[in-house]
Structure formats: C-alpha cells, structure tokens
Design a protein around this ligand. Structure first.
Ligand SMILES: *[C@@H]1O[C@H](CO)[C@@H](O)[C@H](O)[C@H]1NC(C)=O
Ligand SMILES: *[C@@H]1O[C@H](CO)[C@@H](O)[C@H](O)[C@H]1NC(C)=O
Ligand SMILES: *[C@@H]1O[C@H](CO)[C@@H](O)[C@H](O)[C@H]1NC(C)=O
Length: 468
C-alpha cells in the first residue's frame, strides 16, 4: 500500500513537470531538439532516464538480442493471416508488392499475394528447404512425455480461460502458416493514409478506456483537430487511474515504434533495377517533430520508452520459466538448441542487470480484488485489439501488428502472473504458468522491434543534428 501512494505522489509530480511541455515555451531551434527535447532526462512513471536506457539497449542488449532472433527457433512464426476481420467488411486489400508476406508454403499463398510475389519465385524455391525446418518446429508435440502431454492439456484449458491477453490465433487452422520473419522485415509498405488511420483510431477511440465524448488528436497531419480538443484529451488522460493511463501509453508506444520502423526502412528508391530502403527524415519529422505534430510527437516517443521498460520488466520477471532444465528452444538440432538456450539466458540476465527497472508493483498490485478487476479489463481490451489486427489491409503490416500485439499481450500476462511464476516447480511440467512457442517467439520478437526502435532513435538524432 505504501509504495502505491509513494508512487502516486511521484507520478503526480511527473505529470505536473511534463504536462507543462517545456519545449513549447523555449522555442527549440534545431530539428533534433524539436523531436527529442522532451525525450531526455527522467521519464514519467519511472525513475530511469533516457540516456541510461539508450546506452544499455544500443550497446549491450541490442547486438545479442539480434543474434538470438536470427536463430531458427525465433525466426519462424506461425500465424494465420487469413482470419476475417470481425468488426467491419470493407477492408481494402493493399495490392502493393511491398505489403505481401512470403509464407513458407508457396502453393497455399492466395492469388492476390501470389501475383504480387512473382518476383520471388527463385526465393520461393529456396524456401522449401526452410519450410522443412519449419515443419520440424511444428513437431514439438511428438516428443512429449506422457506427463507433459497431460500438462499440455492443462495449458490449453488454462490458455483458453483466463490468462491470455490475445485472442489465440487458431494456429491449428489450415490457414495458419509459418512465416520466416527474416525474409519479411517490417518496413515501409505504402500502407498509410485513411486505411491505416482507421485501424489506429478504432484502437484508440474504442479500446483505450476512453469516454466517447473526448476526441484524441488524430494523426500527425490532421492539424484541424485544434489545440483545445487536444488539451481536453490530455487532461482526461491525466485524470485516469495510473493503470488505464498505462494502457493508453503502451498502445501509443507500439504505434510510435511501428512508425519509427517505417521511417527508418522507407522505400527511398523503387526502380526495376533496384529497391533501396533507408532513413527518411521528413517522414520521421512528420510523425515526431514537436511543432509539426502540435506536441504529440515527443509524447509518442516517451511512450515508446515506456513500452520498452514494461517489456523489459516482463522479461526480467519470466527468467525462472526459461531457466528450468527441461525448457528447450526445440528445433530438433540438439547442439544448436542448447547454444541458443544459453544465449537466451545470457540476454535475460543482461536484462535483469539493468539498474533502473521500474516498480511495476505500483501498477498491478493494488488490493487483490481491485487488481483482479483491472486485470480483467485490461485483458478484454487487449484481446479486442489483437482481433482488430485481423482488419489490417496490408498483409505485412498485419503480420507485424499481430506479432507485436501478441508479444505485448504475453508481456502483460507475465506481469500479471508474477506469483504463479515465483511458485513454479523447478523441474517437471508447470501446470499453472506456461508460455506457448508462439507466445515465446512473439514476446522476444516484439521486444526486438522496440529495441530496434530505440536504436533507430539514436540514428535519427544524429541525422537530424546535421540539418537545421
Ligand atoms: C537461392 O539459393 C541459391 C543457392 O543457395 C543462391 O545462390 C541464390 O542467390 C538464392 N536466390 C534467392 C533469390 O534467394
Ligand atoms: C472491441 O472493439 C469493437 C470495435 O472497435 C468495439 O465496438 C467494442 O466496443 C470493443 N470492445 C471492448 C470491450 O473494448
Ligand atoms: C520521404 O517521405 C516523404 C513523406 O513523409 C515523401 O514525400 C518523400 O518523397 C520521401 N523521400 C524519399 C527520398 O523517398
């Protein structure tokens, strides 16, 4: 209880400091300052500062995490990209080649994508070998002992009941396919404008605990929303309980991270000879510049760091699950699997050593009844958001949207399961807490995305410093 009040006081202090938006008053001069001036020093809701996070992420964590994500276990993600959108019908399928996802089973690709990926037929042939590997990954169930099979049944029941923050993707469906994430990088696809805004607006407007009457400032380009509405929105946000505010900030952080990627892997040149992807500073500024976005941009970047810290915290909490001797990163290659597990634990202990983890107890541990109620609300809202991802018209965006919401959902599941994890038996199957392969792959890849975004911010900071 004590830490909760202490936290609230710190929090209110932070809101007061940050709400003033000192950037607007000092008329920052350089392009870099206009995006980053608020994004330095201490973050609200946390005692850590951006510089410490940058140094920790960019130089210690990021390189090892990248290596881990390139391993077979983490690069194949099974996903059903053909689930119908449960909320509306008029999904405009983005026909651009850059939107297409190349799944492993080429002959199952729908015509729409197939015609878009004619260019990759050689690559598609090459894929068959990788598909064999991917199929092996699916074989994990065959190697289960009787005891584990019993546990699996329990997990399935458990997963279906109360702990999942995402609508489970029906990965048993024939529509579900393995996708090689390394072959389908998240980058600019041309999917933007009204279609993309619609998705985000539905997410913010209907799913972030928001009363109907208050309009959120819409998108970076729609400045007609006006200042007064924006201020109403933020005073509403600040009036929310910490947890619900946190929910909004997580979604906003996710949105920011995705936009950092699109700006950093922008399609700069598109000729029949060559495609070139790289940093587009204008695009970045349109989304994050304090003046161009009427103050929204720097807030978005702060939310990105907030999301980073939440996922970092979840990873540090889940170590006991991965440390258990019978946990394997199973791909069938014993030597490599063991090496990868060592690398995984190394990454996790690096994460645990981060000196400024924030105190998530202040978020999720009120009195028990209140906490349970909140958990349930979080879960329902979040599940809904994971279903909205089936409405994203661009397949590649849908793939990464699904992966990242599932990863964040898994992080939340971990944070809400702290006691179950602490009580887990050291060996033998754990009946109470479990992560599926899909959750593990999405958890680490989603965090990999946020970690990459933080690294990219350093690149943009440097690029912006060279212009005025
Ligand atoms: C396919 O594989 C061959 C041999 O491994 C390689 O030389 C070629 O570049 C690959 N093609 C594509 C498009 O990846
Ligand atoms: C789920 O999303 C739909 C579509 O945006 C919305 O109508 C509904 O109110 C949402 N439900 C919850 C619990 O957030
Ligand atoms: C960068 O992005 C802007 C839109 O934000 C676009 O107008 C411009 O053409 C892009 N630059 C390049 C080199 O593609």
């Amino acid at each position: 209880m004590g830490s909760r009040w202490g936290f609230l006081i710190r929090f209110l202090g932070a809101v007061w400091l940050l709400g003033l938006g000192h950037c607007e008053q000092q008329t920052p001069e350089t392009a870099a300052q206009r995006c980053f001036c608020q994004v330095s020093g201490y973050l609200d809701d946390c005692t850590c500062d951006v510089e410490t996070i940058d140094k920790f992420n960019n130089y210690r964590l990021f390189p090892r995490l990248q290596r881990l994500l390139e391993s077979d276990y983490f690069r194949y993600y099974k996903v059903n990209l053909k689930r119908p959108c449960p909320f509306w019908n008029d999904i405009s399928q983005c026909g651009r080649r850059d939107c297409a996802v190349k799944p492993c089973q080429f002959d199952e690709v729908p015509d729409g994508i197939k015609s878009a990926s004619y260019k990759y037929s050689e690559e598609a042939n090459n894929l068959s070998e990788e598909c064999e590997q991917a199929e092996q990954l699916g074989a994990v169930d065959e190697s289960l002992s009787e005891e584990t099979q019993k546990a699996v049944l329990q997990w399935t029941k458990h997963d279906d009941s109360s702990d999942n923050f995402c609508e489970a993707d029906d990965i048993q469906s024939p529509d579900a396919e393995y996708v090689d994430l390394l072959l389908n990088p998240e980058r600019y696809t041309g999917y933007k404008g009204p279609d993309a805004w619609k998705i985000w607006n539905v997410i913010y407007e209907e799913n972030c605990f928001k009363p109907q009457t208050i309009k959120r400032p819409l998108n970076p380009l729609a400045s007609s929303q006006g200042k007064s509405k924006e201020n109403t929105f933020y005073s509403w946000l600040e009036g929310l309980c910490v947890e619900k505010r946190a929910f909004y900030r997580l979604i906003s952080g996710l949105h920011a991270s995705i936009n950092v990627h699109l700006s950093a892997r922008y399609l700069l040149q598109d000729t029949w000879l060559e495609k070139k992807w790289g940093h587009n500073i204008t695009e970045f500024q349109q989304r994050f510049d304090g003046i161009l976005t009427e103050g929204e941009g720097p807030r978005r970047l702060k939310n990105l760091y907030f999301l980073y810290l939440i996922e970092l915290k979840a990873l540090s909490k889940v170590i006991p699950f991965f440390e258990r001797p019978d946990f394997q990163l199973f791909t069938g290659n014993k030597v490599q699997d063991a090496e990868n597990k060592m690398l995984l634990l190394e990454v996790l202990h690096e994460i645990k050593s981060f000196p400024l983890h924030f105190d998530e107890n202040s978020f999720f541990a009120g009195d028990k009844k209140e906490a349970n109620k909140l958990k349930e609300e979080f879960r329902l809202h979040f599940r809904n958001i994971s279903r909205i991802m089936d409405c994203v018209g661009c397949f590649k965006c849908r793939l990464w949207g699904k992966l990242q919401t599932q990863g964040l959902g898994t992080a939340l599941k971990i944070l809400f399961s702290e006691k179950l994890i602490a009580n887990m038996p050291e060996s033998g199957p754990s009946f109470e807490f479990h992560l599926t392969r899909q959750e593990i792959v999405s958890l680490f890849n989603a965090f990999g995305r946020i970690s990459t975004s933080v690294k990219e911010l350093e690149n943009f900071r440097n690029l912006l410093q060279n212009i005025h």
